[in-house]
Design a protein around this ligand. Sequence first.
Ligand code: PSU
Ligand code: MN
Length: 301
Amino acid sequence: MVVVADEVRDALAQGRPVVALESTIIAHGLPRPRNLQVAGELEQLVRDAGAVPATIAVLDGKPYVGLDKGQLERVASEDGIRKLSRRDLPLAFATGASGATTVSATALLAALAGVRVFATGGLGGVHRGWTETQDESADLGLLARTRITVVCAGVKSVLDVPATLQRLETLGVSVAGYGTDRFPGFYLADSGEPVDWTLRSPDEVAAVMRAQDELPGTDAALIVANPVPEAEQLDPVLHARVLENGLRECAEREVSGQAVTPFLLDYLVRHTAGASLEANLAAVRGNVRLAGRIAVAWAGA
Ligand code: PSU
Ligand code: MN
């Protein structure tokens, strides 16, 4: 049912390292035409680490794990490409729709294909004002039920970070900082929240993955929260000011549902003269590199 690219299928069959990459960040999280360039660059970073990249998206109603150049171009530049979370998959398959997959849909398709390691920018989570909107990303519920290792720079800082961490605890999702005891803040190295566990090498991460497999009753994900290097983070003062304005404008314009996250990410890019974009890219690049090393350690384990 899932269309796995030849290169990815061969690597999986031979136990070689593979890293899944999501496509919503390409289609809806980054401005065009830089997004296509970034998509290629991220795949190359996976290769440089010695692993095979598998970017995931739905095209004409079919889920692809591993995209060729033309398919990647469609995701980055086709007008009307949808944003698909887990619940949208059956609708897209049945209607022949094309869409980029969020963390929830990507993790599901990756796990179905047998890919264990996945890299993204920042996870979705509990939005500020949740008590009114009930807006909690489907990413959380899916990660509670899917055995996958997600390398991310924490959750998007536009969210309610403490509430999101609390939900991850309730849902039984394992969370560890990579080389830090602070939970990363996506554009920022430190979200202001602590994290209970610190892992310090790809081998240590692979050991946790093995321990998950040996422990019955744990079918949740492992989140490896990898901070953006401090030198490349967004200025925290600028971040706080622009985000406050962005959240206000989001509310004033009554942006809701799936549109909230892309609206806020775009607002930050426009009101930081692109600095948030550079921080976002630095975070994603670091995550993809680390995911490559984890996949290599996992394949050798
Ligand atoms: N990380 C990024 N940029 C993004 C996203 C994550 O650096 O655009 C996407 C992911 O696909 C994530 C989605 O699953 O945002 C969350 O959207 P929502 O809040 O609507 O669930
Ligand atoms: Mn949402």
